[in-house]
Design a protein around this ligand. Structure first.
Ligand code: SF4
Length: 465
């Protein structure tokens, strides 16, 4: 059972997963290792890399951070010019080693590996059908379903994939690798990001374009909704697995998950956050001496708030980079000390000041309450909280761990009541129109509106209201 402190630690949303692939470049597994490092913020529970040398596929995986899972011996074991990797945060399935990806499917027609970011919303129905037909699942992750669907189809491997994909509903960015071919796929709603880059004579693929810079690759473009890229030797073919397409990129990728140096669908994440901060200042002004952001994801929005309001931007917090992930301490006092090790207010900056505190979102409200207490303990006179996204009121079924209504404090409190709960002098959220103005119309906003871009099958029956 989770303690109050566990809930505090998990008050921020957790990222889904990250995928990375390299085709036809020397030391592909090492490059994938660096790529996964750049995607580490998307999942810290487990990591894996599979590599092909043209004759066989070898896979290494483990629980923990990328740097904990891999060492020189393991990377040397992963030889070849083609590799793919995955960092995992479990939004479905347990956090056991079996569920750490890439999934390796051994088949008499040829081995293949799968890395998946997203959630399949008709997973339960598909799994029941597949099991009734004799499929045996080795993991509890929904990502294995695509492997079974592919195996049950007839034809060449590419044809099997094209037949299997229309049966999946929900969010998926897949990299699938056989001994000599890489398939890179994005769902028809474009819910999760996936980008393509160029490196030397080969290609690279990543959940976030920011990972290209680290390995010296050049960003080419985003993979389009429903696009299937097939790379084999020098041939790069782009297909579409369905014509029923809508562009509904997850708004949370811009608001919170992705690195500021990532570009999704031609919109840079830092720029989009800054713009949302400007709109927030226009919609919900406050009288204050300084604007500060909660590190790291809210700093761009705080700059935007400062741009529009003219209130000086300041650094109000220092975040420790070196605190472990699971430093659960037994007593309340030790817990509070542990939390302070993660984030501390800067007394010389905030003392005697009226502050606009910009944050990206509020889930349970416990983090906001604590952060405001840090500021007031450090001498802040007033704290006016401004949230650079609308209130979260609905669960996500597409790979983000907002799993039930009870988790979301905005389903219980209006903004003024929530301000009292977190002990802030005032509180305002960015409006839904403001979010569209900042991020464009082609975004999923289901967790802010309750209007889902896909059917959600039996999933609503299973969540707490
Ligand atoms: S429901 Fe929210 S978190 Fe989930 S995909 Fe849509 S915008 Fe992203």
């Amino acid at each position: 059972m989770k303690s109050e402190y566990d809930y505090f630690l998990s008050d921020k949303l957790n990222e889904e997963c990250g995928v990375f692939g390299v085709y036809n470049v020397e030391d592909a597994a090492q490059l994938t290792y660096y790529g996964l490092h750049a995607l580490q913020h998307r999942g810290q529970e487990g990591a894996g890399i599979a590599a092909s040398d043209g004759e066989k596929i070898v896979r290494e995986k483990g629980k923990g951070l990328v740097a904990e899972v891999f060492n020189i011996e393991k990377l040397e074991h992963l030889s070849g010019r083609t590799a793919m990797g995955h960092v995992r945060y479990s939004t479905t399935g347990e956090s056991s080693i079996e569920n750490v990806q890439p999934i390796l499917i051994r088949s008499h027609t040829g081995d293949f590996t799968i890395a998946h970011n997203g959630n399949i919303v008709n997973a339960k129905e598909l799994k029941m059908q597949l099991e009734a037909m004799g499929s045996i699942f080795y993991t509890t992750s929904d990502s294995e379903i695509i492997g079974h669907l592919i195996q049950r189809e007839s034809g060449e491997f590419h044809e099997k994939i094209m037949k299997a994909l229309p049966r999946l509903e929900g969010a998926f960015s897949f990299i699938i690798m056989t001994i000599d071919t890489m398939f890179v796929i994005r769902d028809k709603n474009g819910l999760r990001p996936l980008s393509m880059g160029k490196l030397e004579d080969g290609y690279v693929f990543s959940s976030e374009s920011s990972a290209f810079e680290i390995i010296g690759a050049t960003f080419m473009r985003s993979i389009q909704p429903a696009e299937v890229i097939t790379i084999k030797k020098d041939s790069v073919i782009s297909d579409q697995y369905t014509e029923h397409i809508q562009d509904k990129m997850c708004a949370m990728e811009y608001i919170y998950f992705s690195r500021p140096d990532t570009t999704i669908n031609s919109l840079n994440v830092h720029t989009s956050r800054r713009k949302c901060g400007q709109i927030l200042a226009k919609e919900s002004p406050a009288e204050a001496d300084i604007v500060i952001g909660v590190p790291d994801s809210s700093l761009s929005a705080a700059m935007g708030y400062s741009d529009y309001s003219g209130i000086p931007y300041e650094i109000g917090f220092v975040k420790s980079r070196y605190v472990g992930r699971t430093f659960i301490k037994p007593t309340q006092k030790q817990r509070e000390r542990g939390v302070k090790m993660k984030l501390s207010a800067m007394p010389d900056v905030v003392r005697g000041k009226k502050i606009v505190l910009v944050d990206d979102s509020i889930v349970r409200g416990t983090t906001s309450k604590h952060i405001i207490k840090l500021l007031k303990d450090a001498g802040a006179l007033e704290v006016h909280t401004r949230i650079a996204s609308p209130a979260l009121i609905s669960p996500c079924f597409y790979g983000v761990d907002i799993s039930d209504y009870n988790q979301l404090i905005s389903t219980k409190y209006q903004a003024d009541e929530l301000a009292k709960f977190i002990k802030s002098e005032s509180l305002a959220f960015l409006s839904q129109n403001g979010m569209h103005e900042g991020l464009g119309k082609n975004i999923c906003m289901a967790c802010f509106t309750g209007k889902y871009p896909t059917s959600i099958f039996s999933l609503l029956e299973n969540i707490d209201k």
